[in-house]
Design a protein. Structure first.
Length: 506
């Protein structure tokens, strides 16, 4: 067994933090191994004039470090895996990873740029063709101002240098990896001035965590790559012990997909793999060098799942359309007095009608939507939204809790329910007088938009409990699973379910 292990990283603050993350994992698994840390500058660090949009940038931030691993000067290298070349090498490679951080991007837009005027253009600091293309195509969908033009400014340096350049410039916005922010804020070893700088970015900006369904990121973003020589079997054994197999597999899928289009920093393509409720979801968006537009967001299904489907006629499903979904009559409440008084709160907006009376939120509040459609609907009313659970459930909120010094309580704007016993639930409407279709008892396949509707329906039509039941990925799935167990199926949306359930209809 190894007695000592030499870990090499880049010199940046973030790189050293990532090296320590891996070292701590090794220490827990192999407390007898003495770990020493080393740093090195790469070509990408030294030459700040390199064009990162060029196709010849593969390995700029990892190549020199890989050479030292191959030459045996160090035992292991720890990288931001997204910087590592897509093509595998024979002498050394990445053989493991640890728990992946949130892979999304975050954009900071200075309040001074957007709160006091309606800008005709925004200048955004980023050198990434992928980020530039995504923002050009989709940013207007998720912000409450109409941007006529985006101009981009090249940006180099590590994360702390980038944020410093942004704050000291007259540019309007910057986009960075949220994982970098997460790791810096979670570290106890970084300079307090850097944490202060990050917090100032949040307080002085309209910040948005860009949803993966619209803005998939670079392959492996948020993941740490652990590299060693292919023949260093003792180190390979150590890596195997600490490897997070699920995240390692997801990154391999992402890298395999992006390799079909050439890979590298010059691509205008984002790819993200998401796991939820034992489902594998792929988000792919971008533009190939040949001009092909890529756009996919959905579940990756195995060949076994896609064959031998039973034929389901449209008349046997519920709801047959979005109109049939509106079973309840909704009675809205004006809760503006309470909502307007909230401070330091994360406001979870379950659907667009909870803002019917147009409350005014304190600037310290964070607005978070249950899904993208709700997000797009309320920005049309002038609200700035900070992010979304993308129909994956309230638990997704946990990914932003570490971003702030102050404690933020979560306030959920939703319907009146006898089960709502928390003072953090603000009931903005009630549901009453459900009207089911006359042939409801004869339906065989159901998609439930809420556990409330399921509970009412089962009580009135107990015979349907043995039928086929599906729902979304979030809280409804959790509650239905408590009753139905593994019999309940989940889908990204009603539309996905409808496409799946009726595609064999004759």
């Amino acid at each position: 067994m190894l007695k000592q292990l030499k870990i090499l990283t880049r010199e940046s603050t973030l790189a050293k933090i990532q090296g320590k993350i891996v070292g701590n994992k090794i220490h827990l698994a192999f407390p007898q191994i003495k770990i020493k840390y080393y740093t090195s500058k790469t070509v990408g660090d030294i030459n700040q004039n390199l064009d990162l949009k060029s196709s010849e940038t593969r390995g700029l931030f990892t190549g020199d470090i890989s050479k030292d691993i191959i030459n045996g000067l160090y035992d292991m290298a720890v990288h931001s895996w997204k910087d590592y070349p897509i093509l595998n090498k024979s002498s050394s490679d990445i053989f493991g990873t640890v728990l992946r951080e949130d892979s999304r991007d975050i954009i900071f837009i200075k309040r001074s740029s957007v709160d006091n005027k309606i800008p005709k253009k925004l200048t955004v600091m980023t050198s990434s063709p992928r980020r530039r293309y995504g923002l050009e195509q989709r940013l207007n969908r998720i912000i409450p101002i109409d941007i006529k033009k985006l101009e981009f400014r090249d940006l180099r340096g590590n994360i702390d240098t980038r944020l410093k350049k942004f704050m000291e410039s007259d540019n309007d916005a910057i986009i960075v990896a949220k994982a970098a922010i997460d790791r810096l804020l979670s570290s106890e070893s970084i300079d307090t001035s850097l944490k202060t700088r990050i917090q100032y970015c949040f307080s002085s900006s309209r910040w948005i965590i860009l949803p993966l369904s619209l803005f998939p990121t670079a392959a492996a973003q948020g993941a740490i790559g652990i590299e060693t020589r292919s023949d260093n079997f003792k180190v390979l054994e150590v890596i195997s012990k600490i490897n997070n197999k699920a995240d390692y597999k997801d990154v391999q899928i992402e890298r395999s997909i992006i390799s079909k289009y050439g890979g590298g920093c010059s691509q205008k393509i984002g790819i993200s793999i998401i796991r939820k409720n034992k489902k594998v979801i792929k988000s792919l968006y971008g533009l190939t060098d040949e001009g092909e537009r890529l756009k996919f967001y959905g579940e990756i299904k195995s060949k076994i799942e896609t064959k031998n489907k039973n034929i389901v006629k449209r008349k046997k499903i519920f709801p047959q359309s979005r109109n049939e979904e509106n079973t309840f009559k909704r009675i809205n409440y004006n809760r503006n007095e309470k909502i307007n008084s909230l401070k330091q709160g994360i406001i979870f907006i379950t659907r667009k009608n909870v803002l019917k009376y147009k409350p005014t939120f304190d600037h310290s509040c964070i607005l978070w939507t249950s899904g993208i459609k709700t997000w797009e609907a309320i920005v049309k009313q002038g609200y700035w939204v900070n992010g979304s659970s993308e129909s994956l459930g309230e638990i997704e909120l946990e990914k932003i809790f570490n971003l702030f010094n102050e404690k933020h309580s979560v306030f959920k704007l939703t319907f009146e329910d006898e089960l709502n016993d928390s003072n953090k639930v603000i009931e903005t409407y009630r549901l009453e007088n459900p009207q089911f279709p006359v042939d409801f008892a004869n339906r065989t396949h159901f998609y439930w938009m809420s556990s409330k509707l399921f509970t009412v329906a089962i009580k009135k039509f107990p015979q349907i409990i043995s039928m086929d039941h599906s729902c979304g990925m979030g809280n409804t799935y959790i509650k239905l699973k408590e009753i139905l167990g593994d019999r309940v199926n989940c889908f990204l949306s009603y539309e996905d379910w409808l496409k799946d359930i009726c595609k064999h209809e004759k």
